[in-house]
Design a protein around this ligand. Structure first.
Ligand code: FES
Length: 98
């Protein structure tokens, strides 16, 4: 199994997850609620994260629904993602809103 590193700021938490894991799997892996997931379907905006390192190579391309919703939230421009819609394809660093 290939593992990839997910780093979460500001906690400084580093977690190794199997490549391709959904970020929603995170809390099952570490038994902590670090990213405040709500709907888990890209509809509520509670899981918005800022991408510090990794980008689409690490998290996959956002689909049009995600891009539209990020724009509605004022978070368009490429640095933000809905964590519930991302898979960890390569190592990434994300900043969770406080
Ligand atoms: S958990 Fe609702 S948009 Fe991600």
């Amino acid at each position: 199994m290939i593992l990839k590193k997910l780093t979460l700021q500001p906690q400084g938490l580093e977690v190794m997850l199997p490549a391709g894991s959904r970020l929603t799997d995170l809390e099952y892996e570490i038994q902590q609620r670090v990213i405040p997931f709500g709907c888990r379907s890209g509809a509520c905006g509670s899981c918005v994260v800022e991408v510090v390192e990794g980008g689409t190579a690490a998290l996959g391309e956002p689909d049009l629904d995600e891009l539209d919703f990020l724009e509605d939230l004022g978070k368009s421009g490429g640095n933000h993602r809905l964590a519930c819609q991302c898979r960890l394809l390569d190592s990434a660093t994300l900043r969770v809103a406080e």
